[in-house]
Design a protein around this ligand. Structure first.
Ligand SMILES: [Zn+2]
Length: 307
């Protein structure tokens, strides 16, 4: 009898759940919490053509609490800054891979599906600043859009280095790198103390890390080697290795060889060719047309030549 009652109760619960699910479906059409329908502006239409249709990427510049970390006080990115950023990310990051691989498929297949812009910095409790975050390979958030000066960007501007850094994490998650890499600096990784133990980049380099952040873990080390290599000229890279001294240089070079071979063997990407493309595109970037939302005038070589 008791057993039957339990079964009865259980079916009642199931039934209620089913009912709730149905009624929720019906209610949703008039729900007061449904997202407000925003009217499409010219930028939305540009994004639809150049991000959604081309790459299947959603470029979110309107502020949505649901996309933001509630642990920070954040403000939205400005409209003009968002347009400039959309053009810069495309020119300095997405099209780099298009050019390397010969099609937009690489980005379509592997790049995060959501890019989200925030106007302000995000400060951590220890005072450090978050430049960008990547979540489960699905989304990259860019902070500090307020401080973007489109006409002054270069290969080292943090947003673009961050993009290559985060994208490299995704590539690593898709195809893991050899464990030989991890063994080189093995016990030296310092996790969250990277900025406390190494006060300067030079100190980290002398200890065999290309940057202070690279000393955090093998995963960060790997993608720092990629993102810093491609945004520096051969001379600048050499001068970092000089700073590292003989021990630091040997360690960095041993790790970089694994990184280079991994990118080449696993992804058919030659990091020397990638560097050439990144540097060329970064030099072109300040001359992009940041005002027009016409597709035809976006390419820098067209600026000033239209009749
Ligand atoms: Zn990282």
């Amino acid at each position: 009898m008791k057993k039957n009652l339990i079964y009865l109760l259980f079916s009642a619960v199931l039934f209620c759940t089913a009912l709730t699910a149905c009624s929720e479906d019906e209610l949703s059409a008039t729900s007061v919490v449904r997202p407000s329908i925003t009217e499409q502006n010219d930028f939305d239409r540009w994004l639809d053509r150049n991000y959604v249709q081309t790459y299947n990427i959603k470029f979110k510049y309107r502020f949505e609490d649901i996309e933001s970390s509630m642990g920070y006080y954040l403000t939205p990115a400005k409209y003009e800054q968002s347009i400039a950023m959309a053009k810069l990310i495309r020119h300095m990051c997405l099209e780099v891979y298009d050019e390397l691989t010969g099609s937009t498929e690489f980005i379509r297949n592997y790049f995060p599906k959501i890019l989200y812009l925030v106007g302000s910095y995000a400060y951590k409790t220890n005072g450090s600043v978050v430049l960008g975050t990547a979540e489960a390979g699905a989304k990259i958030t860019f902070y500090n859009l307020d401080n973007l000066v489109p006409k002054e960007v270069n290969a080292k501007t943090s947003y673009f280095k961050t993009t290559h850094h985060e994208f490299a994490h995704i590539l690593n998650q898709t195809k893991p790198y050899p464990t030989d890499f991890t063994e080189i600096s093995g016990p030296k990784y310092v996790q969250d103390q990277c900025f406390e133990i190494y006060k300067t980049e030079d100190q980290a380099q002398q200890d065999g890390f290309i940057s202070r952040y690279a000393s955090k873990s093998d995963g960060e080390d790997f993608v720092e080697l990629i993102s810093l290599y491609v945004n520096r000229t051969a001379e600048e890279w050499e001068s970092m290795l000089k700073t590292a001294g003989s021990t630091g240089r040997a360690t960095i070079e041993a790790k970089f060889e694994i990184v280079y071979n991994y990118m080449s063997n696993s992804w058919d990407i030659d990091l020397n060719k990638m560097r050439e493309i990144v540097l060329r595109r970064a030099a072109e970037a300040p001359d992009l047309d940041f005002d027009s939302l016409d597709d035809e005038t976006d390419a820098p070589e067209n600026s000033g030549t239209n009749e």
